[in-house]
Design a protein around this ligand. Sequence first.
Ligand code: GAL
Length: 377
Amino acid sequence: MGIKNIIIGLCLGIYTFCGCSNEPLQPIRSGEIWPDNNGEHINAHGGGVMYHDGTYYWFGENKCDTTSSAMVGVMCYSSRNLTDWKNEGVALSVVDNDSSDIARGCILERPKVIYNAKTGKFVMWFHLELKGKGYAAARAGVAVSDTPAGPYRFIRSGRVNAGKLPVNMDGQAVAVLDTLNAKNYEKWWTPEWTDAVNKGLIVKRDLDGGQMSRDMTLYVDEDGKAYHIYSSEENLTLQIAELSDDYLHTGNYVRVAPAGHNEAPAIFKKDGTYWMITSGCTGWAPNEARMFSSSSIFGPWSQHPNPCVGPKSELTFGGQSTYILKVEGKKDAFIFMADIWRPEHPSDARYIWLPVQFKEGIPYVEWMDNWTLDFFQ
Ligand code: GAL
């Protein structure tokens, strides 16, 4: 090869590496097979995306063909353009030791990773259910890595904020809590029981052992403070917990929409307002999304109508929210991400990625068969 060809080759390489090529943008087709760099459908369900140093890292549940239990762990894929995804392998592996919290065959769902600029560590939180115990454990697990794609080192799992009352329960609410006696509410779903749940019946039940933590997301605010948002209290109430400088729980948390039955929280912030999209609780079957907003992450949060519009909007287009990604370098560009679950063939679950649009400042999401990132200005 002549020197001229080498120089041309080098220039082309650098050009492509910088992402400054004029290749046409690839369409995003929700609900279809999304091949990775090996031509295999991306296997990162219930996931979230972290942006770090010019690269997006997508973390999600590895699902196999026959069971929704975790037989592999958390996968990581990387991309610079959000459409070409490279399989980075297993970021957090389950282990062949039944006495481990993350034994192969446990339930490990909705992993999210955030970068801690103060410690230089990448921190993964996820929903963990112990092997063979169904959904009884309701734990949050945490793992850490020095590099974005991992491998992550499992630290521990457990319920959260043991011994702590929510910070948005005032003296009067705490006095009411003192009067609630679980024995009086053994029958669930009665109006009296719902009222008692609203007042904190399950917060009180779990005070000593820690609050339940299932479907979850993480959010890093502009000041670097991070929050863990999770379905708690038997999936009846969302809680938002503050994380410390190490991105572990501080013990400060609030309850959101008590007894409102919200799962699958996804959050973003625009112009000083936090927007949160959730689902109802119908397992793998889709239901109607909900939306909340607040000017402070610790609330008070107010509920809005379903953010999805158009055909199948009453079923979130067949999906369930998992994350809302801020697209870097574009103004007000957010992608609503959801999972179309396939419990009979879990690895064939599909992804919904749709742009968040705004009407008079209120977010909404509309189905598009395909769209490209230049939808955003
Ligand atoms: C869904 C939840 C999923 C998974 C599933 C199990 O409601 O969002 O993450 O836990 O239930 O049935």
